[in-house]
Design a protein around this ligand. Structure first.
Ligand SMILES: Nc1ncnc2c1ncn2[C@@H]1O[C@H](COP(=O)(O)OP(=O)(O)OP(=O)(O)O)[C@@H](O)[C@H]1O
Ligand SMILES: [Mg+2]
Length: 436
């Protein structure tokens, strides 16, 4: 079977000549003057493989993902050992620029087979984003306080429809309860519309840790050390958790590329037993219709988190606006990520909004109008506890340890209720109350 190939980079003329002289299955169908031209050529379905020779520094996880989406395998040629290792980390087959043509043809065939196997595994739900990146090989030595050897941490995505149902409150406090239970936790703020984890935790953070982690992942440089540096530990009265803070301005969302974000979550799984992700509300994937398929997608991080999650908490507001919104949003979720089995969490449950015996009233309404998914948890509305925590930049375990709100959130992650404790960790992030 013939393998049409496109090439780019210095030295490609020589490369093309030597490949053509083999008269084998590999034929060069286009020589491109720059990477953008190569991507465009691949998107027309012209080629099954692309060879980048020299100048491989521009090869990123996003590029690999986009080419993988259109079924094109990538091979990188560079004489720099470190660069070859970086490419390998991105899942790109790499060789030296002086690789013999026979060997290069073999490599191209191997890359094409691997790309074909990968696209067969690609979940149909993905709008061309999921499962594309081969995961980076796990480190031999598992993190001291991380998952057991050979195991990966559990990803919990906290999602819910528009209308501020309490995604961040649930995410932050679930993470805090798990940390209080002595589990290693990374809390990730992946909301590309209204990031607020840093504010809720009282961090005066202007570093956008998640954007930094995504940048490193895109370059194939997100090793354990750099991840630990950008996901710095935050000490709460409940324990210690690592936090990848969100964007400092929502208009920076193009910095969170879905492919890189997926790699960040996979890396976090290697670091901690639990990875709790605060997502955005929106699941729309209609950017897919856009001509420029290399364009960043604002909802890509939310969709990728939901695709990778082991557990999805679907948070809805327990009132007459929140319930129908959650019903519609769950239908959209099933479309966007088929097969997902969310835990429904109703938040801000109160008699003044749903009537006397609010939990019974809510259950009855859900049985009548809901999609048949049982309610997993009901968190009461407790303005005093929530406001006390916000005011102090604390988690509920610190600000309102005896509140029913805190206890019902703790039950969602099955963490036993912890007493307030003091922790001191060298190098931990200082928590400075945000001016309010
Ligand atoms: N159970 C509760 N009782 C009282 N107040 C609550 C409760 N849960 C959340 N809140 C308050 O509701 C507001 C919105 O909560 P939160 O920021 O967690 O929502 P969100 O879904 O993350 O919103 P956004 O759309 O901004 O991301 C906050 O002021 C929070 O303190
Ligand atoms: Mg939020």
């Amino acid at each position: 079977m013939s393998i049409p190939v496109v090439t780019v980079g210095a030295g490609q003329a020589e490369l093309v000549g030597s490949l053509e002289r083999l008269h084998g299955p590999v034929t060069v169908v286009r020589r491109c003057s720059e990477l953008a031209e190569l991507v465009a050529a691949c998107q027309t379905g012209l080629a099954r493989a692309a060879v980048v020779t020299g100048g491989t520094q521009e090869v990123t996880a996003t590029l690999v993902d986009r080419l993988g989406t259109v079924g094109v395998a990538l091979v990188g040629l560079t004489d720099d050992d470190a660069e070859r290792a970086r490419l390998a980390g991105l899942g790109v087959l790499a060789a030296s620029e002086s690789v013999p043509p026979q060997e290069l043809a073999r490599l191209i065939g191997e890359a094409v087979d691997a790309a074909a196997a990968l696209s067969a595994d690609r979940p149909s739900s993905s709008f061309g984003l999921a499962g594309a990146r081969p995961t980076v090989e796990a480190e031999a030595e598992p993190p001291e306080d991380g998952p057991e050897p050979g195991e990966l941490g559990t990803v919990i995505a906290v999602w819910g429809p528009i209308g501020s149902p309490g995604r961040t409150t649930i995410a932050v406090n679930c993470a805090a309860e798990l940390a209080a239970d002595g589990r290693s936790v990374v809390l990730v703020d992946a909301d590309t519309y209204g990031p607020s984890v840093a504010g809720v935790l009282g961090l005066l953070d202007d570093s956008a840790g998640l954007a930094q982690a995504c940048r490193l992942a895109d370059q194939g440089l997100l090793e354990r050390g750099p991840l630990e540096r950008v996901a710095s530990p935050v000490v709460t009265g409940a324990g210690v958790l690592r936090v990848l803070t969100g964007l400092t301005r929502a208009d920076r969302w193009p910095e969170l590329r879905a492919a890189a974000f997926g790699s960040v979550l996979e890396r976090c799984r290697e670091l901690a037993e639990f990875v709790v992700v605060d997502t955005g509300f929106c699941l729309e994937a209609d950017e897919e219709l856009s001509f420029d398929t290399m364009a960043p997608r604002r909802n890509g991080t939310t969709l990728r988190a939901l695709e990778l999650a082991d557990r999805v908490l679907a948070v809805g507001a327990a009132d007459s606006i929140g319930m129908p919104r959650l019903v519609r949003a769950l239908a959209e979720l099933e479309q966007a990520v088929p097969g997902v089995a969310p835990t429904v969490v109703f938040n801000r449950l109160r008699a003044s909004a749903v009537g006397r015996s609010p939990d019974r009233a809510l259950r009855e309404a859900w049985e009548r109008f809901g999609p048949g998914i049982p309610i997993g948890a009901m968190v009461p509305h407790e303005a005093e506890a929530a406001d006390a925590a916000l005011l102090a930049g604390q988690v509920l375990l610190e600000a309102a340890p005896e509140s029913a709100m805190r206890h019902s959130i703790a039950e969602i992650v099955c963490a036993p209720r912890q007493r307030k404790r003091r922790f001191a960790v060298p190098g931990a992030k200082a928590r400075v109350p945000v001016p309010r």
